[in-house]
Write a protein that binds this ligand. Structure first.
Ligand code: FAD
Length: 397
């Protein structure tokens, strides 16, 4: 039977980085993946340019039942450490917005960087690997893969979440956690577009492709200020994706379509200067014309001139445009979600090493763990930081 030091399952962001570091630290590492290629999500990420970290990555940007769990790993392997590695590999990058760092050229460069780090560590990468069973042994684990067995002292689960099943996502990591008695917290799609009910959807569909800056507030008080994008299924765009991670079915979302405008003051001054101007044309000075027309068909905008607009109508209008209550009927789900919320309960893991406290040699890193970041490079930073923390332990034992 083949004997190695470490088997890592999942050649995504976390698994590749962890395998590379463990290999470079002298461990004999086998990296298994069910797909035909390594780093498939990295290649898809950031519109093909990989938003590989965020300048402002800090624990407050992560959701978890235990918000303290991510602190240690994020503090010990920071965004600056990852940027150093990217620079060492000569990969040019830029900040797009809000601290989000992207490759100038292509996400392929990040995959190539991780592949070359794995090569330095003599990591044995085995694609198209189907794992049919894992058993605990006296010295570690027996992993049955493609009809043979690999024995390893340590097993690192880096199999990711459930989003984008077309890219190899599977619940394998959660099932393995349960097999070894670890709790798995309920999972749901995060960073995902909202779908809307009819008849609102019929109106919103006419806006497909329109994007506006907005402030969105969830019922728990979480606020995001970024753009929203109307789609043929509902609403997307960065502000919606961010808020979706804080939204529960049945809840309303407050949408402020004019966050930077004193709308009542603007209408009053326009009324003084152009009393016969239509309300519709006045609002089209602040919002896309198609959106104004849609609000009119939704009955949110009276068909009047400014001088005909009563004070009570104006107050109602301000409320509707700056505190529009939208009730999504759901999300687009794992098919388009960027991440999976929930996962392996951090209570059973060491925040320093990512090791399962009660199962010596078993580790969980990356998205399979109940740690989920905001949109903007935070999820990859968690993958790098948790992988690094785990690798430190693998090479020290
Ligand atoms: P993954 O990268 O998902 O890797 C898991 C690997 O395990 C996969 O290769 C999978 O094939 C393999 N696997 C699963 N089950 C098995 C099994 N049973 N046997 C063997 N192998 C298995 N985050 C950012 O920070 N910035 C971005 O720009 C960004 N863009 C994104 C764009 C898209 C379209 C998506 C879907 C996600 C994006 N994310 C982004 C989120 C980010 O990709 C993930 O958080 C990150 O990839 C998680 O890393 P991971 O290594 O834990 O899991």
């Amino acid at each position: 039977m083949e004997q190695v030091d470490v088997v890592v399952v999942g050649a995504g962001a976390a698994g590749l980085f962890c395998a590379a570091l463990a290999g470079q630290g002298g461990r004999r590492v086998v990296l298994l993946d069910n797909g035909k290629k390594i780093g498939r999500k990295i290649l898809m990420s950031g519109g093909g340019r990989c938003n590989f970290t965020n300048l402002y990555a800090e624990p407050a940007a992560y959701l978890s039942q235990n918000p303290h769990f991510c602190k240690s790993a994020l503090a010990r392997y920071t965004q600056w450490d990852f940027i150093d590695m990217v620079n060492r590999h000569g990969i040019a990058w830029h900040e797009k917005t809000l601290g989000q760092l992207f490759c100038d050229d292509s996400a392929q460069q990040i995959v190539a960087m991780l592949e070359s780090e794995c090569a330095k560590g003599l990591v044995d990468i085995r694609l198209r690997s189907e794992i049919t069973g894992v058993e605990k042994t006296e010295n570690g684990f027996d992993i049955k893969v493609n009809g043979s067995t690999v024995s390893a002292h340590s097993l690192v689960v880096a199999s990711g979440g459930l989003s984008m099943p077309g890219l190899g996502a599977s619940p394998w990591g959660y099932r393995l956690a349960e097999q070894f008695g670890l709790k798995v917290l309920p999972t749901r799609a995060g960073l995902v577009p909202f779908t809307l009910h009819k008849p609102l959807l019929d109106h919103i569909q006419t806006l497909s492709g329109v994007s506006v800056p907005a402030v969105l507030t969830a019922e728990d008080g979480t606020v995001f200020r970024e753009s929203i994008l109307f789609t043929h299924r509902g609403m997307s765009g960065p502000a919606v994706l961010q808020l979706s991670s804080y939204w529960q079915p049945g809840e309303f979302v407050s949408v402020n379509l004019l966050p930077d405008v004193d709308l009542a003051g603007f209408l009053d001054s326009q009324r003084q200067q152009h009393p016969n101007q239509s309300l519709k044309n006045t609002l089209a000075m602040q919002l896309p014309k198609r959106l104004v027309e849609c609000l009119q068909t939704l009955g949110q905008l009276p068909d009047v001139t400014l001088k005909q607009l009563h004070a009570s109508q104006q107050a109602e209008l301000v409320e509707q445009l700056q505190n529009w209550q939208v009730q999504p009927n759901g999300t687009e789900g794992y098919r388009t979600a960027e991440v999976t919320l929930g996962g392996v309960d951090t209570k059973a893991l060491s925040s320093k090493t990512m090791a399962a406290a009660k199962v010596p040699g078993l580790y969980f890193i990356g998205e399979v763990v109940d740690v989920t970041g905001w949109l903007g490079g935070y999820n990859f930073q968690w993958a790098w930081s948790s992988a690094w923390a785990c690798a430190q332990d693998l090479v020290s034992v």
